[in-house]
Design a protein around this ligand. Structure first.
Ligand code: URP
Ligand code: ZN
Ligand code: ZN
Length: 469
C-alpha cells in the first residue's frame, strides 16, 4: 500500500500541556512530526489557520445497539451512532456488550464484535456488562476475554434485570484485580428507587416529571459509599459512572481524600440540563429527558462543574442511550405510559464535545482548553487502556484529530440529529463551535459536517489495564 502523507498547517494545537500554533505531519496512520513551518512533502495539506486542533474525542460511556434494562435495543445502529459520534468530533467510542442471566459472556462479546465490525465508522473497544454472574462466567469466561483484549467490565447496582448483589460485586472486583480489568459501576440504591417508584405510582404521581423524585439523591450517596468501600476492600479501582448530584459528589470527594484509588465521571446532561425539562406542557414530551440517574437541580450542575475543575471528577461522557420518541422507543409500552414504563436514556454522542467546548471557550466554567482535552479524550483513553495510541496529539500516536471552528453561532436543533432517537435533548441551545474536519488514523471521516467514510471502517482496539492510571 502506498504511504499516505498529510500535513496540517498553522492550527492552534493542544498537545501534552501546551497549546501553540504549529504544523502536524502525519505519515500513514500516525503522527510523525510536530513543529513550526514544517516543509515535509505531503499528498494533502489542510490549512487549519484560525482553527483549534485537538485530539479526537473518546466517549467512554455510550449504549449502542445494546439490549437495555427495559428489554428494548437502543434506537441506533453502529453506523448511525458512530456517525453521530464522528460528526460531534469523536474518533473512539466504548459501548457495551450486555450479558444477561443465562447468556454466555463469550457469545455476547462475539456477537457484539459482529455488529460493531459491520457498522462502526470510528474506532472502538467495549465494556462487558455482567448481569448474570455465574461461576462459569466469572472464573472461566471473564479471564479469557480479559486476556484477549477486553479489559473493561460494567456492573449495575440497580435495574431489575441488570442489578447484581454485593456478594457478586465482590467476586467480580476480585476477579478483575487478578485478571487486570477496570470495573465501571452504575451505582444507585435499588431498594430506595423501588420503594419510591411504588409510593409515587400508587399515589397517582406517575407522569414523566416524577421520574426525578423516584431516584432520590440518597440512593446515589448510599451506593457510592458502598462501592467505594468495596473498591477499597478489594484494592480494585472502579469508575463510578454518571455522578449526578452535589451530595454524590461529596461522597466521591471524601473517598478520594481517604486515599481510595477510584475514578468518577459525570455526563453532559448533568452539567447542562435540569429537572424542570421533565415537566412539559405536553406531558409526554418530558419523556425525552428521562434518564437514570435523573438530571437534577441547577445547584447540582454547578457543583459538578466545580468537581471537574478541582479534579474530583475525572472525565465527562455522554451516556448516549437513545430511544426514538415514538412507539418503537420511549412509548413502546403505549401512548400514555407512567414514568416507570418509559425506557431510560437520551442521545448525546453528537452533542457532548461541542457543548462542553462552547462552555470552555465562553468561560462559563473555570476549565481551559487543555482541561477540555483531558476530560473528554486523554483521561477516558488512560482509564480504559487506550493511551497513548488514543487521547493525545503526540508523536507516535494514532492520527486521530478534530479540527474545530470556534467562531460560529449554531442553534442546536432536532434537524441536526443523525442518531436513531430522532430528537435532540439540547435543542435551542446556542453554541459557538463545531468540528470542521475529523480525522481518524490519518483519514478524513468528516468534512463540513458530512460523513466521508464507510460503515465498518472503524477498528476494534484491544485493551489491557492501563499503566497510566
Ligand atoms: O438512563 C440511562 N442512562 N440509560 C442507560 C443505561 C445506564 O444506566 O447506563
Ligand atoms: Zn448507568
Ligand atoms: Zn449508561
Amino acid at each position: 500500500m502506498p504511504s499516505q502523507r498529510l500535513l496540517i498547517k498553522n492550527g492552534t494545537v493542544a498537545y501534552s500541556n501546551n497549546i501553540q500554533k504549529m504544523d502536524i505531519f502525519i505519515l500513514d496512520d500516525k503522527i510523525s512530526k510536530m513543529g513550526r513551518d514544517l516543509s515535509e512533502e505531503a499528498d494533502k495539506i489542510i490549512d487549519a489557520t484560525d482553527k483549534l486542533v485537538l485530539p479526537g474525542g473518546v466517549d467512554s460511556h455510550c449504549h449502542i445497539e445494546q439490549k437495555s434494562a427495559s428489554g428494548l435495543i437502543n434506537s441506533d445502529t453502529f453506523h448511525s451512532a458512530t456517525s453521530a459520534a464522528a460528526l460531534g468530533g469523536n474518533t473512539t467510542v466504548i459501548p457495551f456488550a450486555a450479558q444477561y442471566a443465562g447468556d454466555s459472556l463469550i457469545e455476547v462479546v462475539n456477537n457484539y464484535h459482529g455488529l460493531a465490525n459491520r457498522g462502526s465508522i470510528v474506532d472502538y473497544s467495549m465494556h462487558m456488562i455482567i448481569a448474570g454472574p455465574s461461576d462459569d462466567v466469572i472464573t472461566r469466561e471473564l479471564p479469557k476475554l480479559i486476556l484477549e483484549g477486553h479489559s473493561s467490565i460494567k456492573i449495575f447496582m440497580t435495574y431489575d434485570r441488570l442489578k447484581i448483589d454485593d456478594t457478586n460485586i465482590l467476586k467480580i472486583l476480585n476477579q478483575a484485580r487478578i485478571s487486570g480489568a477496570m470495573v465501571s459501576v452504575h451505582a444507585e440504591n435499588h431498594e430506595m428507587i423501588t420503594n419510591k417508584v411504588k409510593e409515587l405510582i400508587e399515589g397517582g404521581f406517575d407522569s414523566p416529571k416524577y421520574h426525578t423524585d423516584s431516584h432520590p439523591v440518597e440512593g446515589e450517596v448510599d451506593a457510592f459509599r458502598r462501592i467505594i468501600k468495596m473498591s477499597d476492600e478489594t484494592k480494585q479501582p472502579v469508575m463510578i459512572f454518571h455522578v449526578s448530584s452535589e451530595q454524590g459528589l461529596k461522597e466521591i470527594e471524601a473517598g478520594k481524600k481517604r486515599g481510595v484509588k477510584f475514578f468518577a465521571e459525570t455526563c453532559t446532561q448533568y452539567l447542562t440540563l435540569n429537572s424542570h425539562l421533565l415537566d412539559q406542557e405536553k406531558i409526554n414530551d418530558g419523556a425525552k429527558w428521562i434518564c437514570s440517574p435523573p438530571i437534577r437541580s441547577p445547584s447540582d450542575s454547578k457543583a459538578l462543574w466545580i468537581g471537574l475543575e478541582d479534579n474530583t471528577l475525572d472525565l465527562v461522557t455522554s451516556d448516549h442511550a437513545p430511544y426514538s420518541f415514538d412507539s418503537n422507543g420511549k412509548f413502546f409500552k403505549g401512548d400514555n405510559p407512567n414514568f416507570k414504563e418509559i425506557p431510560n436514556g437520551m442521545p448525546g454522542l453528537q452533542w457532548r464535545l461541542p457543548i462542553l467546548l462552547d462552555k470552555v471557550i465562553n468561560k462559563n466554567c473555570d476549565l481551559d482548553i487543555l482541561d477540555f482535552v483531558r476530560i473528554t479524550s486523554t483521561m477516558p483513553a488512560k482509564v480504559y487502556g487506550l493511551y497513548p495510541s488514543k487521547g493525545e496529539i503526540k508523536i507516535g500516536s494514532d492520527a486521530d484529530i478534530t479540527i474545530w471552528d470556534t467562531k460560529l453561532n449554531i442553534t442546536l436543533s432536532d434537524n441536526m440529529v443523525v442518531d436513531g432517537s430522532k430528537y435532540n435533548p439540547y435543542s435551542g441551545m446556542n453554541i459557538c463551535c463545531w468540528p470542521n474536519e475529523v480525522i481518524l488514523r490519518g483519514n478524513t471521516i468528516v468534512k463540513d459536517n458530512l460523513i466521508k467514510s464507510k460503515p465498518g471502517s472503524g477498528k476494534f482496539l484491544s485493551t489491557k489495564l492501563s499503566e497510566y492510571i
